[in-house]
Design a protein around this ligand. Structure first.
Ligand code: ARG
Ligand code: ZN
Length: 490
């Protein structure tokens, strides 16, 4: 009887929870067409400029018909209403005759010009459809200027949940994977289309703006009460890795052997968290030195990090040149392995990006393995011990083993299996082909594909080429089967 009452009570609480979690945000976020934007109609008669670049997990990400050659993102941001006014110029080359094409953009666009001529637009479902006044011929360059404005935090996630754009107490944060780019700038939102960026933000003069690459000059006056921050990143970068953090930051700068170092710490961080964050992130140059001994030369010309005060953000992210570290990581002290993880992504994920999102093992499995190597280097468990322990921690019936890290699926990209079983898989490959060939393969990968992309199949083919060993069975066991391998990698 008691139990039944408990059950009914529990069910009610659960039901209420589900209703609140699912229905309320859906209602609030309003998964409605963007205000002020016409609904995208599409034209099935025109095959050019496809909606989607061809990603199996994310069929609507990115677009067909053109290749971006550069982004010049410019915006003004007011944090109190969370209002972003943007003017982004995209240079691109048409890869087919284009009477129309699409960009990924969720903020409402009010004007678009292609080669300085006003273009017609339709917008909705995350896409901005552009019809230039004059069709663009295959192979021709084009310059697309988009004016847009809106409240990025009000734009729902892909699943009608909360926006990936975060508001902080005094600013905003554009950080996310795989979703964030189209919440603040128009783009071809897929890692296959990597280019260089300039990012210019005008904000109230008391705020700082942190982004990727080099800070050009210092903040410049931009009218009474406003300042302009100009950032430039000169290496190819996937759209999701472009970021801005706007708020009150203490900025630390110094020169290092790998280029200028710039880290930024939110002034609102509680002092012990700020101290732990600094003690960890300030080790970036030494960690890059360690990793470059294994993976090859550091692929970029700047380094650093940013730690915003975001108590509800649990995941860090490997923003190119300047990872974001979730402050939550430092609430119980230093966490150097988190820095190792995000810095390993500079090679695996950033410099060499996934070809498709199903290749996410190449990012997370490798960054986790880098943590194991670092632990061994600093006198902790050996990589072999980490692999054995991780295998033992997950028993036969653990759901963990149901997710194949070699192709986890859109909703499971960041499950522990992709990280930990992914690192076990890498260790299994290492044991199978021997250290010499294994580390040669890693360096060959980062060298030959620097600034580009690669797939899991490409990586396995490289392992085969370097070692002469067929690793198909091993890959099947560790990357693709939804069951626990019979024994730990050894
Ligand atoms: N790549 C990030 C990392 O370094 C993980 C991002 C997690 N994203 C998410 N939507 N859960 O681990
Ligand atoms: Zn990661």
């Amino acid at each position: 009887m008691r139990n039944r009452v408990l059950w009914i009570g529990l069910s009610l609480v659960l039901l209420l929870g589900v209703v609140t979690a699912v229905v309320v945000p859906r209602y609030l976020a309003g998964c409605r067409p963007v205000p002020g934007a016409a609904t995208f109609t599409g034209t099935s008669s025109d095959p050019a400029g496809a909606d989607g670049i061809g990603d199996v997990n994310f069929p609507r990400s990115g677009n067909g018909g053109y290749d971006v050659t550069g982004y010049d993102i410019q915006f003004r941001y007011e944090s109190a209403p969370d209002l972003l006014h943007g003017q982004t110029t995209i240079t691109a080359r048409a890869t087919e005759d284009l009477s129309e094409f699409k960009l990924d953009l969720r903020l409402p666009a009010d004007a678009v010009a292609v080669d300085d001529r006003p273009a017609a637009i339709h917008q909705g479902s995350g896409k901005l459809q552009v019809t230039p006044a004059v069709a663009v011929r295959a192979g021709a360059p084009m310059t697309v200027r988009v004016n847009y404005a809106g409240v990025p935090s009000a734009l729902p996630s892909r699943h009608c949940g909360a926006s990936p754009w975060l508001r902080t107490a005094d600013g905003g944060l554009a950080v996310g994977e795989p979703d964030i780019a189209s919440w603040w700038y128009p783009c071809n939102d897929h890692p296959l289309d990597k280019v260089t960026f300039t990012i210019t933000a005008v904000v109230p003069a008391d705020l700082q703006v942190i982004s990727n690459g080099a800070l050009l000059g210092g903040p410049e006056p931009a009218g009474p009460g406003w300042q302009r921050w100009r950032w430039a990143h000169s290496e190819p970068m996937a759209p999701y890795l472009a970021f801005v953090a706007i708020g009150h930051y203490d900025i630390v700068r110094r020169d290092t052997a790998f280029g200028p170092y710039l880290a930024a710490y939110d002034r609102r961080l509680p002092p012990p968290v700020a101290a732990a964050a600094r003690a960890s992130v300030e080790q970036t140059p030494q960690i890059i030195e360690f990793l470059s001994g294994i993976f090859g030369p550091y692929p970029f010309h700047q380094l650093g990090g940013v730690v915003p005060d975001t108590p509800t953000l649990s995941a860090s992210l490997e923003n190119q040149t300047r990872p974001l570290y979730a402050s939550e990581q430092f609430t119980s002290g230093e966490r150097v392995t988190s820095v190792v993880h995000e810095l390993a992504h500079q090679w695996f994920g950033d410099s060499v990006s996934v070809s498709h999102w199903s290749d996410i093992w190449l990012n997370e499995g490798f960054a986790t393995y880098a943590q194991w190597l670092y632990n061994e280097h600093t006198g902790g468990y050996s990589a072999q011990q980490s692999a054995t322990r991780s295998y033992a921690r997950h028993t036969d019936d653990d759901e963990f083993w149901k997710i194949p890290p070699g192709n986890p699926g859109a909703d499971q990209m960041f499950k522990p299996a992709v990280y930990d079983r992914g690192a076990m898989a890498l260790h299994a490959l290492r044991v199978a082909i021997g250290d010499k060939d294994f580390f040669t393969a890693l360096r060959t990968w980062t060298t030959q594909r620097r600034g580009g992309n690669g797939s899991v199949a490409d990586f396995l083919a490289l392992i085969h080429r370097v070692s002469g060993k067929n690793v198909d069975n091993l890959a099947q066991t560790w990357l693709y089967s939804p069951t626990r391998p019979p024994s730990p990698p050894a």
